[in-house]
Design a protein around this ligand. Sequence first.
Ligand SMILES: Cc1cc2nc3c(=O)[nH]c(=O)nc-3n(C[C@H](O)[C@H](O)[C@H](O)COP(=O)(O)OP(=O)(O)OC[C@H]3O[C@@H](n4cnc5c(N)ncnc54)[C@H](O)[C@@H]3O)c2cc1C
Length: 429
Amino acid sequence: MNLTPLPPSPDKRGGDLTPLPSQGEPVLSLSKEGWREGGSPDAVVIGGGLIGSSIAFHLAQAGVRTLLIEQGDLASGASGANFGNVQVADTEFGLSLELTLQSYARFASLEAELDCALGYRRTGSLLLIENERQRALMKQRAAMLQAAGVRASLLTGDEARKLEPHLAPDSLIGALYNCDEGNLDPFKLVHAYARRGRERGLEVWTHTPVSGIEVREGHAVGVATPRGRVPAAWVILAAGAWSRELGRTAGLALPVQWVHGEALITEPLPPTARNALTSAVFFEATETAQEQAVGFCLRQRPAGNVMIGEAARVTRRLSRETTATALPAIAAAARRRLPVLRRAAVIRAWGIPVAFVPDSRPLLGAVDGVAGLLVATGLKSTIILTPLVGELVAGMVTGAAQDPRLAEFSPSRAMEEEEILWHSPSSVQ
Ligand SMILES: Cc1cc2nc3c(=O)[nH]c(=O)nc-3n(C[C@H](O)[C@H](O)[C@H](O)COP(=O)(O)OP(=O)(O)OC[C@H]3O[C@@H](n4cnc5c(N)ncnc54)[C@H](O)[C@@H]3O)c2cc1C
């Protein structure tokens, strides 16, 4: 495993995006799939995770004939590997925070909107402070959040332990508390979007890997799949960490990077933690490349199982592996902070690539040089932004007025010379 910083990619950077030459006439007839007799979709969404399913639902709701294509099962990427936290406190500031709060407001009525139980509950979150550097960072963060109207407060270690009595006294000196954060079942959210989308005419193909985005004369004209080629006026790339290689098929060098995140889950336990717990170490920038960074985050599921993460490492491999080094390190980090976990049995572990963008802002919107291609990936705190991003991207297709500030998320924006930077493991959250 070699995780020293990688040399700059030879790819072209955002802003210098050249589509590949035409791949020929699309040939697929969709009629035998029973979608639209003899027709083709207006829009193809690639990726059946949180982001792709929300976009597909919102497109179908807007009356756009939409096909969602997923290489595996729905939610089989990072969206099925996460803790379900609807998290505010770790957002980037500026426009990201504004959008996060707008999107958060929709969660109170999301189950009613989708007519589906999502397991949504408001719990709370604690960012655990373990040293003075983290305290300074969390103090700054608390002030910014409070200025935006978030009910965040800085607690002492004793105050934090009153909320979470299982925390070891010597494991923290304080915490950033946000009483409003919530949790849901991410699988249920993805499937709810797909189910409600289907009721509005959405077609969903699972176990269908898109092998390429077809571009002709500067326009995206469809996608290639093992079931045939699908012509479409719009192609929406929401394939998470896989977006980079799919972008290449359209001649793009999208600045998508990823960390390989690993986590585990215990057997059902008695009440152990009500809040989402996350170590503030995730906010400490690390200048040096690390083979493996192990932070700490924990969430107890309603059934009692405790999900614990996470080890993250930068890699260029897309894999689902778990490693002999990461899992014991995660377990040790958890035991140190919550000694009650010492005797808990681990029943499952998983690993998955999670996309991030080097400047910590998502890729969201149109790509220069390829009309009809939209990208939506690399979000931080994806769950909370899922409803709003679906609506925004659908609006880009239907021609709804857009906030001009979204230009700062342009997939073609200029960025520093790309290099793999281990700037913060928080990119996995
Ligand atoms: C341990 C862990 C805990 C986390 N906890 C949280 C949390 O509590 N809250 C939170 O907000 N975030 C959390 N995250 C991050 C979050 O899971 C991701 O940011 C989010 O799931 C990304 O969603 P997505 O839809 O963009 O990508 P994905 O869910 O990865 O979806 C992309 C989809 O595209 C599909 N795809 C790829 N290539 C192709 C192809 N060629 N053809 C068709 N389909 C393709 C993939 O199979 C995948 O299903 C966590 C991550 C980890 C690892």
